[in-house]
Design a binder for this molecule. Structure first.
Ligand code: IVH
Length: 669
């Protein structure tokens, strides 16, 4: 492939992964896979200096900036750490440090690498004044209100000797116990689960409702003190002072002097970490002397004076049998490595996703190669490398397919994305079967007794070609399908009948609207209240819904503009499926006290979430708008409304209304 093209695509892909990681708190690939892509991009950029771009992911850390928070600039940029994966890599870092400091053995400090979300705290005169997320490294989200709920963070400092003004960096974590409790509650409520404590901590910190943040039980550990003219000579000493002011500083912090000591430290914590109350994903080694730290200085994205060591996941080496290409219900083609079965962390692994063409190419897989499979903190096995030294001479490189393996249609690549898609939405069997399977799923229409095989058989027999056909399915037809007897067939028919009682938000999720996951489906269903309203909503109206950006709005509008989908909706409606919110959740009109008013919501609220306010506006006859204009009637302003918005409102003469005034206006207070 043309290297410049590959470079451009890697940049786009890494930007997207940064977004999944920092903004959605839902990474699609492991840190290791991310590093592989990043290293390849660095290599290509080194070969092509003409393609320099200050916005390249190699130049900038990812961003966690979310909607609904005011942003604050960092005084010192918030960098990340370079990763190492072996004692050899640690050794070469130590050597580079020794070379730069001129010391024979630069004193180092070893610490745990907490697996949460980074935070910067500002203290003035012994009081917490601001808490900001890493954001894009230059500026982050002001999450002070939420951070104040964390009981282990002193709002007023203990002890003495603290500088009048300082910044403290640390990690907000959700301890295992709180994480397990939260996921158990979410499971019970039928909500999606957090993949790991890191995502849960990051997601919790970005909630709009501080009371809920307080309930979840976040904790925090601190590892970096910044300020002007600090009276400490070493990092260790500074951290001991931080501990004496009332912060949690890990007891694992130790001074280390040479590679054998570092190696022993790594071995110890690789085991001992399993007994810790919080998740860790590695260790951090730092130059202890602060004067040496400033001498060593910073690179673009990470300091030279510190490095992370990532714990190795359990790994196995096994021969590749072949690469197959799965077609998902949205038409996305996923390459899958089919392996000689191998035992890994107690389970047998036979298949592992290669995610997309770029990741597959970066791995450089050839026919007959042996692949490294790993299981990290998450349960899904991942291919992390190839044993290139053992490659069969002359082996052919595995290529991505150009045509859909199921229906033969030429694949298309979505602009700026890594995924290849089969565009034959209505004629490609696995896509249709996938949508039927999704429709009957437990979290959607909850129709028991139809798994992957049955969905496929029903499709192949011509009984169900679209999920709406399920409602005309007869028991006699099911009986012709292998494995069905009278009782099991009756049970399925009964399940289909009962599915007409499934609430509207789950129906919206069941429809397989591209990019609309469970949470978004709930939000749009509760906002729109009925399918008729949802189908009639314009893109700007859709974008006023929390979590709905231009891409999702376009996808929803396109979905309902497609005749096949509208027809399916009408058939579901005729079968009695719920097409509006019912009961308490129903957003039937409450009053017309806001009729004719266009309202912009900004800031953080304490009595209702932003989403609830949006609903209240609609239910009282008002309209939501995403940005302030001459047409805005007023801004419903919460805490921490951004200065730019305040200025805009003022210059256009749009009044601000606070939460209490608004609740009075609609008669809730
Ligand atoms: S030092 C300038 N120490 O890991 C470097 N970071 O992958 C300041 N982290 O952004 C960071 N434990 O959010 C440092 N003991 C520790 C850490 C730690 C976790 C996080 C931190 C950082 C990320 C880099």
């Amino acid at each position: 492939m043309d290297e410049l093209k590959e470079l451009e695509r890697l940049r786009n892909e890494l930007h997207l992964h940064n977004h999944h990681y920092y903004v959605e708190n839902n990474p699609r690939i492991s840190d290791r896979e991310f590093d592989i892509l990043m290293r390849r991009l660095e290599e290509l950029e080194a070969r092509h200096p003409e393609a320099y771009d200050p916005n390249s992911p190699t130049q900038r850390p990812g961003s966690d900036i979310a909607k609904g928070f005011t942003q604050a600039a960092h005084i010192y940029p918030m960098l990340s750490l370079a990763n190492t994966y072996s004692i050899e890599e640690v050794d070469s870092w130590v050597q580079s440090v020794d070379k730069l400091t001129g010391a024979a053995h630069t004193a180092l400090c070893g610490e745990l690498k907490f697996d949460g979300t980074g935070i910067s705290l500002i203290y003035e005169h012994g009081r917490l004044v601001r808490a900001v997320t890493r954001g894009d490294g230059e500026k982050g989200d002001d999450v002070t209100t939420n951070v104040r709920t964390i009981r282990t963070i002193p709002l007023v400092l203990h002890g003495e000797g603290w500088p009048e003004f300082f910044e403290l960096r640390g990690e907000i974590v959700l301890p295992w116990e709180a994480f397990n409790r939260l996921n158990a509650q979410r499971e019970e409520a039928g909500e999606s689960l957090f993949a790991n404590p890191r995502n849960a901590a990051a997601g919790t910190l970005k909630l709009q409702n501080s009371a809920e943040v307080a309930r979840r039980g976040l904790d925090a550990y601190f590892y970096y003190l910044l300020g002007e003219d600090l009276p400490y000579t070493t990092h260790f000493e500074a951290m001991e002072a931080v501990r004496s002011w009332g912060f949690k500083v890990s007891d694992a912090m130790t001074l280390l002097h040479d590679i054998p000591e570092m190696d022993a430290y790594i071995r110890h914590w690789d085991e001992a970490r399993h007994a810790l109350p919080v998740a860790t994903d590695g260790l951090v080694f730092k130059v202890n002397n602060l004067a040496q730290q400033s001498e060593l200085g910073l690179r673009a994205k990470s300091p030279r004076w510190a490095v992370a060591y990532k714990f190795a996941a359990e790994r196995a080496l096994t021969p590749l049998r072949f690469v197959s290409f799965d077609v998902g219900r949205m038409g996305i083609i996923t390459p899958v490595a089919n392996l000689e079965p191998v035992l890994l962390s107690g389970t047998i692994v036979k298949r592992a996703s290669l995610h997309n063409e770029d990741i597959m190419n970066a791995l450089d897989i050839h026919e007959g190669d042996s692949l490294y499979v790993e299981k990290g903190g998450e349960i899904i096995p991942k291919i992390t490398g190839v044993d290139a030294a053992a490659r069969i001479p002359g082996a052919i490189k595995v290529k991505f397919v150009s045509h859909c393996p199921a229906c033969g249609t030429q694949l298309v690549r979505v602009e700026g994305e890594a995924a290849w898609v089969c565009p034959n939405k209505w004629g490609c069997p696995p896509q249709i079967v996938g949508r039927i399977e999704h429709f009957v799923g437990r979290r959607m229409m909850n129709i028991d007794g139809i798994g992957e095989e049955t969905a496929k058989a029903l499709y192949e027999a011509g009984y169900v070609r679209n999920f709406a056909d399920l409602y005309s399915l007869r028991a006699e037809q099911l009986l012709t399908i292998e494995g069905f007897a009278e009782k099991s067939a009756e049970r399925v028919i009964d399940g289909i009948r009962r599915s007409t009682e499934v609430p509207f938000d789950r129906v919206v999720y069941a429809l397989s609207i591209p990019f609309v996951g469970e949470t978004t489906a709930k939000k749009i269903a509760r906002y729109a209240c009925s399918i008729d309203r949802l189908m009639a909503m314009s893109r700007p109206e859709l974008e006023a819904i929390e979590d709905v950006g231009p891409r999702i709005a376009e996808s929803i509008a396109d979905y309902f503009a497609t005749p096949v989908n509208r027809e399916a909706v009408e058939r579901l409606r005729a079968a009695g499926v719920q097409m509006e919110m019912s009961g308490d959740a129903a957003a039937g009109s409450l009053s017309d006290s806001l009729a004719g008013k266009t309202i912009v919501i900004s800031g953080v609220f304490s009595k209702h979430s932003r989403d609830e306010y949006k609903q209240l506006i609609e239910r009282h006859g008002g309209k939501n708008a995403g940005s302030i204009s001459k047409k805005s009637s007023f801004v419903l302003a919460g805490e921490n409304m951004g200065p730019a918005k305040q200025e805009k409102a003022q210059s256009l003469g749009v009044p601000l209304m606070n939460e209490d005034e608004f609740l009075k206006l609609i008669g809730e207070q």
